[in-house]
Design a protein around this ligand. Structure first.
Ligand code: C5P
Length: 241
């Protein structure tokens, strides 16, 4: 499938639906995060999934296993295609999330992909040490990715700089969802801005990414559909995407 997942980081449903309508067919799906979900609630997820769009519901659940399981079941009922939890919630929490997705799947339909956030890309070694983690960010990411895989998760979210190490540790079938895409055909809207650990779309795919989360290089472009097309062309040029 088209590996581009567009981050709909907008405050209201009208803008999100307009973007989704403009990009339909040119991208693989849409990511709804806490800004849009908190403003518009479940109806925006249903609106897109009812149109046949793949929705990655990026709410990063992190709670006791029973509560996370309930959140995952609710997300499945909304028709989300992919959902995520924090790996640092632990193996029992991740297993509960996967089991809840299995239970909530519609008969005959694939259950949503359940993936784990490893280490937030805003955390460096110092920030990790401050919360009691002595490992380097890369070692902690690989540790959590292996733990997620062991708990039955379908994949992880990771910065492009960690993608190759995860791919090596977790093998070819594990999904790696990679944000922080800049440069190359994603250089539409004036540079890196606030993303520090970035890679071009082609390099991220070469490093082993399964899906690319792209926000402003597409949503901030004068012609979002054209921008998405250029990124897809770059990815397809690798012969891998
Ligand atoms: O606009 P941009 O391409 O930077 O959007 C990237 C999206 O990926 C945003 O929704 C951001 O919250 C998300 N994300 C990220 N880094 C992570 C996890 C998620 O940029 N580690």
């Amino acid at each position: 499938m088209n590996p581009i997942l567009v981050a709909l980081d907008v405050p209201a449903a009208g803008q999100a639906l307009a973007l989704a309508d403009a990009l339909r067919g040119a991208v693989g799906g849409y990511k709804i995060g806490s800004q849009l979900f908190t403003a518009e609630g479940p109806s925006i997820v249903r609106a897109l999934s009812d149109r046949g769009d793949r929705v990655f519901l990026d709410l990063k659940f992190h709670d006791i296993p029973n509560t996370v399981a309930g959140g995952v079941e609710s997300a499945c009922r909304l028709g989300a295609w992919m959902i995520n939890v924090h790996a640092s919630g632990g193996a029992a929490m991740m297993s509960a999330a996967v089991e809840a997705a299995d239970r909530a799947a519609q008969p005959g339909a694939p259950r949503p992909l359940v993936i784990a956030v490893t280490v937030l890309t805003s955390m460096n070694a110092e920030a990790l040490a401050a919360v009691g983690v002595g490992r380097s960010p890369l070692d902690q990411v690989v540790h959590l990715a292996l733990m997620a895989q062991g708990a039955g998760m379908d994949g992880v979210v990771a910065s492009p700089l960690e993608t190759a190490a995860i791919r090596e540790a977790c093998g070819p079938a594990f999904r790696i969802v990679t944000p922080g895409i800049r440069g190359g055909a994603a250089e539409q809207t004036g540079g890196r801005r606030d993303q520090a650990r970035t890679m071009t779309p082609a390099d991220a795919i070469r490093a082993g990414a399964s899906y690319l989360v792209v926000g402003r290089p597409i949503t901030g472009a004068v012609d979002p559909r054209l921008a998405a097309g250029a990124i897809l062309e770059e990815v397809q040029g690798t012969g891998l995407g």
